[in-house]
Design a protein around this ligand. Structure first.
Ligand code: ATP
Length: 448
C-alpha cells in the first residue's frame, strides 16, 4: 500500500527537486501563480505529448489546432461567456475576504466568522486593452477555454482537412480565469493550460459518443498509471450543468483535499455552432454529400487541465518505502511521463572515470532525456533520482574502464544488471518498452 500523501509533501518535493516554484518568488510571489522548473517542465511536456499522441497521432478522426489567446470580443458574447461565465461572490463585511458563495456553508465568513454580503455574480474572464487607445472598443478578453478557438475555425478545418464526420479538433493551450478562490497548489490557478477536444458528430449519435469519450478518457489516466481506486466518474445533476451543456461527466481524482474534478466530458449539443452562426452571420453546418444531408453537428467535449493532471500524476506516483532500513521517497511515474529516463552517474568525480561517463552520457542523450550527475555520494544521487522519478540509473565504475560495461539500476524494483556500453541505448530502449528487468538473472542483484 503506497503512503497517503498530503499536499505539503508534494509542494515541498516540487520546490526541492525543481518541479514547481512559486512565481516571482524573489518578490514575495504572486498569489496562485507557479513556475515549472527544469524537471517540472519535462513532466508537463510529457503529459501534453502523451495526450496529443493518444488523441491526435494515434487516431485518424482527430486533427490538431493552435488558436490565439485573444479573440474578437464577439466570440465571447456569442458563446455566452460575457453573460454567464460567472461565479457567485460573497465578501466578509469584517475581514473583507472574498469567497465563492457555493463554497461557503452558512452565512458566516470561514476565516473570521463575520457577516457575509449577499452574493453577486462575478465574471471570471480577464480583460485587457488591445492597442494604444483606451476606449471601450479595444477591450479584449484572455480566453477562459480553448474551445471557442476551435468552434470559430470549424469551417476552415473541415474544408482543409478533407475529413468526414465524426471529426475531432484538438487543442492544447493557456486559459485564464479570474478565480475567486484559487488554491490547493496547481489544482486551481488563474492561469493554466487546457487540453481540449471538440468532437463533432451527427445529432442523434451524440449520446453514444459521450459514453465513448467518457470511457476513453477515464482509461487514459489508468493506462498512465493512476490507480483505479483513486478515480471515479460523476454525472452532473441537471441543476449544475453549464449553460451550454446537455449532459456532462466529471472524471474525479482523490486529491489530498478529497475527491475533485480532474476532467469534464460534456455534450455541448449544437449550442456553440448555432450561436456562432447566428452572431457572425456565417453558416456553420456540415454537408454529408454521400448521404445527401446537411446538419449542424453536435459536439462532445473532453476538457482536461494540464496542471491538474500533473498534480494527480505526482500525487499518485508519490511513495515512501523502506529499503534496507532506510526511508526512500520515490515517484513511480509511468515511463512515458518520467521527466528523466536515464541518469548517468560516475561512481565518483575521478579524472579517470569522467571521460568514459561523459561518453556514455553523449551516447544516450540523443535518444532519451538523460541527466548527468557526479556530485555528492552515489547513495545521495540515487535518492535524488528516485525523488524525481528517473527510471534508470547507469553507474560507471572503475571496472567499467576495464570491461567496458556499466550497471543499470531500475527505479521500481531496484534490480541491477550489468551490460556492455556498446549498444547501451538499445538495452535502455527495450527496458523502456517494458522488457523484464531481470532478463539476465546472472547479473540481477538488489541494490546494496
Ligand atoms: P472547476 O469546477 O474545478 O472550477 P470547471 O468545471 O469550471 O472546473 P472546466 O471548465 O470543465 O472546469 O475545465 C476543464 C478542466 O480544466 C477542469 O477539469 C480542470 O482540469 C481544468 N481547470 C479548469 N479551471 C482550472 C483552474 N482554475 N486551474 C487549473 N485547472 C483548471
Amino acid at each position: 500500500m503506497p503512503v497517503k500523501v498530503d499536499m505539503d509533501k508534494i509542494v515541498s518535493l516540487c520546490k526541492r527537486r525543481g518541479f514547481i516554484f512559486p512565481s516571482s518568488e524573489i518578490y514575495g510571489g504572486l498569489a496562485s501563480c507557479w513556475d515549472y522548473g527544469p524537471v517540472g517542465v519535462e513532466l508537463k511536456r510529457n503529459v501534453k505529448e502523451t495526450w496529443w499522441k493518444a488523441i491526435v497521432q494515434d487516431r485518424d478522426d482527430v486533427v490538431g489546432l493552435d488558436t490565439s489567446i485573444m479573440m474578437h470580443p464577439g466570440v465571447w458574447a456569442a458563446s455566452g461567456h460575457i453573460d454567464n461565465f460567472t461565479d457567485p461572490l460573497v465578501e466578509c463585511k469584517s475581514c473583507h475576504l472574498r469567497w465563492r458563495a457555493d463554497a461557503v456553508e452558512g452565512k458566516k465568513c470561514p476565516q473570521c466568522g463575520g457577516e457575509l454580503t449577499e452574493p453577486r455574480m462575478f465574471n471570471l474572464m480577464f480583460k485587457t486593452l488591445m492597442g494604444p487607445v483606451e476606449e471601450e472598443a479595444s477591450i479584449v478578453y484572455l480566453r477562459p477555454e480553448t474551445a471557442q478557438g476551435i468552434f470559430v475555425n470549424f469551417e476552415n478545418v473541415v474544408t482543409t482537412s478533407r475529413k468526414k464526420l465524426p471529426l475531432g479538433i484538438a487543442q492544447i493551450g493557456k486559459s485564464f480565469r479570474n478565480e475567486i478562490t484559487p488554491g490547493n497548489f496547481i489544482f486551481r490557478t488563474r492561469e493554466f493550460e487546457h487540453m481540449e477536444v471538440e468532437y463533432f458528430v451527427k445529432p442523434g449519435t451524440d449520446e453514444k459518443w459521450l459514453d465513448y469519450w467518457v470511457k476513453e478518457r477515464f482509461e487514459w489516466y489508468v493506462k498512465l498509471g493512476i490507480r483505479k481506486e483513486n478515480l471515479r466518474l460523476r454525472q452532473h445533476g441537471k441543476d449544475e450543468l453549464a449553460h451550454y451543456a446537455k449532459d456532462c461527466y466529471d472524471v474525479e481524482y482523490l486529491f489530498p483535499m478529497g475527491w475533485s474534478e480532474l476532467e469534464g466530458i460534456a455534450n455541448r449539443g449544437d449550442f456553440d455552432l448555432t450561436q456562432h452562426a447566428k452572431c457572425s452571420g456565417k453558416e456553420l453546418s456540415y454537408r454529408d454529400a454521400e448521404a445527401g444531408e446537411k446538419y449542424v453537428p453536435y459536439v462532445i467535449e473532453p476538457s482536461a487541465g494540464v496542471d491538474r493532471s500533473v498534480l494527480a500524476f505526482l500525487v499518485d506516483a508519490y511513495d515512501e518505502e523502506e529499503v534496507e532500513g532506510e526511508k526512500r521517497t520515490v515517484l513511480h511515474l509511468h515511463h512515458s511521463l518520467a521527466p528523466i529516463k536515464v541518469a548517468v552517474l560516475p561512481l565518483s568525480r575521478n579524472e579517470k572515470l569522467t571521460p568514459l561517463a561523459k561518453e556514455v552520457f553523449k551516447q544516450l542523450c540523443p535518444n532519451f532525456m538523460t541527466d548527468y550527475d557526479d556530485s555528492q555520494s552515489i547513495g545521495r544521487r540515487y535518492r535524488r533520482q528516485d525523488e524525481i522519478g528517473t527510471l534508470f540509473c547507469v553507474t560507471v565504475d572503475f571496472e567499467s574502464l576495464e570491461d567496458k560495461q556499466v550497471t543499470i539500476r531500475e527505479r521500481d524494483s531496484l534490480a541491477q544488471i550489468r551490460v556492455p556500453i556498446e549498444g547501451l541505448e538499445k538495452v535502455v530502449e527495450a527496458k523502456l518498452k517494458g522488457e523484464a528487468f531481470d532478463a539476465s538473472p546472472l547479473w540481477a542483484t538488489r541494490e546494496k
